[in-house]
Design a protein around this ligand. Structure first.
Ligand SMILES: [Zn+2]
Length: 245
């Protein structure tokens, strides 16, 4: 009788112990998931993004209706920096004023090449997780319009970043602002110098066609520039979150 009770107690105790072990394992795995998520957020906030406003100084980029591409690129890039910094992301700008960058390169090449080489050097030296070059498109046919995001064909990260930005642009700029499905942001590939040579994955965002009257007047509006900057920033943030360990 004593023995039977004794074994029964051991049996019950074993069940309780197993239940406690299961509970501990469950809590441990749950806390691991939570700490992984916290780590991802933490890592994202420690990442550096280089924002590259295209052209500048002597190089106005494309121009139409009295508007110079270099000025729009800088205005949007400054807004993009502000939005990214507000998200806790560290930002490096290749330029924050109306200057070209060829004097920062020791390459024995054309002004244009040296300017681009200086931008690549800034991206590489900042140890960036990614970079975004901000430009505007131009075309002989003034009907061409819309936002285009170019990535480097053989880089999976570049493509993911482009897709992430494209999705946000379509959601925020078109669904919320333009409210039309006529013009959607498009992805494209291009063998551009910065995309090919910079160590970090990057994209070139063409924020509209300077040669199209609608794009040209929209891009000069503060609220339009803000929503484009926010869409690009949200796209970058999502990319960083997915890429975080
Ligand atoms: Zn350009």
């Amino acid at each position: 009788m004593f023995n039977r009770t004794f074994f029964l107690v051991i049996k019950i105790n074993r069940k309780i112990i197993l239940a406690i072990i299961a509970l501990i394992l469950l809590l441990l795995s749950a806390s691991l998931v939570i700490s992984n998520k916290t780590a991802a957020v933490f890592n994202t906030s420690k990442k550096t993004i280089t924002v590259d406003p295209g052209h500048g100084g002597i190089d106005g980029g494309s121009s139409s209706f009295g508007l110079l591409e270099k000025d729009v690129n800088l205005q949007i890039s400054l807004k993009l920096r502000k939005t990214l910094v507000n998200k806790g992301i560290h930002v490096v700008l290749t330029r924050d004023s109306d200057v070209s960058l060829e004097s920062k390169s020791d390459l024995n090449s054309s002004r244009y090449r040296r300017d681009l080489h200086a931008r690549k050097t800034i991206i590489d030296q900042s140890n960036s997780a990614a970079f975004v070059s901000v430009h505007m498109d131009a075309y002989k046919n003034s009907n061409a319009r819309g936002i285009k995001i170019f990535y480097y064909e053989t880089s999976n990260e570049s493509k993911q970043l482009a897709q992430s930005i494209c999705d946000k642009v379509n959601k925020m700029v078109f669904n919320e602002f333009l409210k039309t499905t006529e013009v959607k942001a498009e992805l494209g590939t291009g063998d551009y110098y910065l995309l090919r040579t910079a160590q970090a994955p990057g994209v070139i965002v063409e924020t509209g066609f300077i040669t199209n009257p609608t794009d040209n007047s929209l891009i000069q509006r503060e609220d339009y520039q803000n929503i484009i900057a926010k869409a690009i920033a949200d796209g970058i943030e999502e990319y960083l979150f997915k890429a975080a360990p």
